[in-house]
Design a protein around this ligand. Structure first.
Ligand code: FAD
Ligand code: MLT
Ligand code: ZN
Length: 462
């Protein structure tokens, strides 16, 4: 290690784990986007809150930008370090700290993977209900920093709803203890909620207290085959009117083709253009209601086939068809849209978007899936092997600009759950007004006066 800045950091914090090897810099400098070339200065792996504070104070003095890093499963480039930043990874801050049965609150360090949170909640006979396919690798700190959603938002809401408190080391190195598990607190601005979805631009989340809830009921999963896009929201309405749903997800036959090629299996003999995976409690009343909803959809021509899970193993198999899509597409370096509109706006927005993308992307494979019951669509454009990444991204950005216009007209969001990061930064205007963006800049300046926290993410410096 010869860089004078790193020598000064090491002199200040002799016990700090610092990585500078090319392989480590590459590994920690990117997330799942793989669009930018990683080029961090180094990776710091603090083991305590004191070390995080000392690193941030040093970074201010040395004028080095800091990129907070969790599991780097992010899909928006938020954890990318491509300009000589210091990556501060929470990987070593991975302990479950406390559980309070009266508050039903689990306190963990920020680097704890989501799956460990699930397991810890289960050990106390409760559940932490935010869940999605990256559960084994993503960190709770990253989930909070992106306000992650997932497959059960329809029933339980997204990460924001479950954060009882968090500790944040701000961009100036101060430690804030926010929320503190209080169910009721009207004492002014709730700074905890500013940290949620801040994508590392305000500071580093070092600890979180999570509300837990009753364990989930035993569930059944139903896979439905649909004849048309138009049927999608109608099927959702039929099911929602009859029973309480835990999840309502959709994907297209193109998405199915990719998961099947990745080893999944589908229970239908025939192909269908659209599919829905829905989950509900496995009590007799819910099952009867789900079967009645399915019959109604069949007779109204809204569904063409369906299967109800007969065991937990089959339920997992059906979920794999939906949850395996991201991994099956990763090798195509997909350009990802993660957009949302209100459910009431969805039918018109779907029709318009289908027409727009059909017209603008005749040359690319377009894969639709998502949390349709939450109004959240994932539209992935796959890069053809022969096309250079820059040319591919440029074309996708041209079309995303048109999509952003449409989102603005329909009152939607350019990022439903993955965050803005670098990928959606050019389109923030379609969801947030100029006044809102100016207010966000002012908030950043209050938390991070020298602008060292994840600069260039979400918005450019003023
Ligand atoms: P990272 O990728 O490391 O970082 C994400 C952002 O948070 C960056 O801006 C980073 O700087 C910041 N950050 C990380 N840790 C901290 C911290 N301690 N303090 C402050 N800032 C921090 N997302 C969903 O919402 N729903 C899904 O259904 C979903 N499914 C996925 C499936 C797969 C297979 C994959 C690969 C990803 C999926 N994601 C999903 C995206 C991703 O897993 C989430 O965005 C997740 O919350 C990121 O967590 P992470 O620890 O990997 O964060
Ligand atoms: C999903 O819902 O599968 C995730 O958000 C990941 C993705 O969009 O690829
Ligand atoms: Zn998703």
């Amino acid at each position: 290690m010869t860089d004078h800045r790193l020598l000064s950091l090491q002199a200040e914090l002799p016990g700090l784990r610092l990585l500078t090897d090319a392989a480590d810099r590459e590994h920690y400098g990117r997330d799942w986007t793989r669009r930018w070339t990683p080029a961090p200065l180094a990776i710091a792996l603090p083991g305590s809150v004191d070390e995080v504070q000392a690193i941030v104070r040093w970074a201010n003095a040395a004028g080095v930008a800091v990129v907070p890093s969790g599991g780097r499963t992010g899909l928006s480039g938020g954890a990318v370090a491509a300009h000589g930043e210091l990556v501060v990874s929470t990987a070593r801050m991975n302990r479950v700290l406390d559980f309070d049965p009266i508050d039903r609150c689990l306190t963990v360090q920020a680097g704890v993977p989501l799956q460990r949170v699930h397991e810890a909640a289960q050990q106390h006979g409760l559940q932490y209900p935010v869940d999605f396919a990256a559960r084994g690798s993503c960190s709770i700190g990253g989930n909070i920093a992106t306000n992650a959603g997932g497959i059960r938002v329809l029933r339980y809401g997204n990460t924001r709803q479950w954060i009882a408190g968090l500790k944040l080391v701000t961009g100036s190195g101060a430690l804030l203890d926010l929320g503190r598990g209080l169910v009721k607190d009207s004492s002014g601005y709730d700074l905890r909620h500013l940290a949620i979805a801040s994508e590392g631009t305000l500071g580093i989340i070092v600890e979180a207290s999570l509300w837990l809830t009753e364990p989930p009921p035993p569930t059944k999963v139903m896979l439905l085959a649909l004849p048309s896009f138009e049927a999608l929201m109608q099927v959702f309405a039929v099911f929602q009117a009859r029973l309480a749903l835990q999840a309502f997800e959709f994907f297209t036959e193109v998405a199915l083709k990719h998961v099947l090629a990745h080893g999944a299996q589908v229970p239908f003999a025939q192909q269908h253009p659209f599919y829905v995976v829905t989950e509900f409690a496995s009590d007799p009343a819910s099952e009867a209601a789900a079967l009645a909803a399915f019959e109604q959809c069949l007779s109204d021509g809204l569904a063409s086939d369906g299967v109800l899970s007969a065991s937990d193993a089959q339920a997992a198999q059906l979920w794999r068809l939906r949850e395996g899509i991201t991994e099956s597409l990763a090798k195509y370096l997909p350009y990802k849209n993660d957009i949302s509109v209100r459910l009431s706006a969805m039918p018109a927005f779907l029709a318009e978007t289908q027409a727009l993308l059909g017209h603008e992307y005749p040359q690319f494979e377009v894969v639709w899936f998502g949390h349709i019951g939450d109004g959240n669509l994932h539209i992935n454009i796959l890069k053809p092997d022969a096309l250079a990444l820059e040319a591919f991204v440029a074309d996708c950005e041209r079309v995303t600009r048109l999509l952003a216009d449409s989102l603005q007209r329909h009152g939607g969001s350019i990022s439903a759950e993955h965050g803005i990061g670098l990928v959606k930064k050019p389109y923030l205007w379609c969801t947030r007004s100029a006044v809102e963006i100016a207010a966000m800049r002012g908030i950043k300046a209050a938390f991070d006066p020298n602008g060292i926290m994840n600069p260039g993410k979400v918005f450019d410096a003023a």
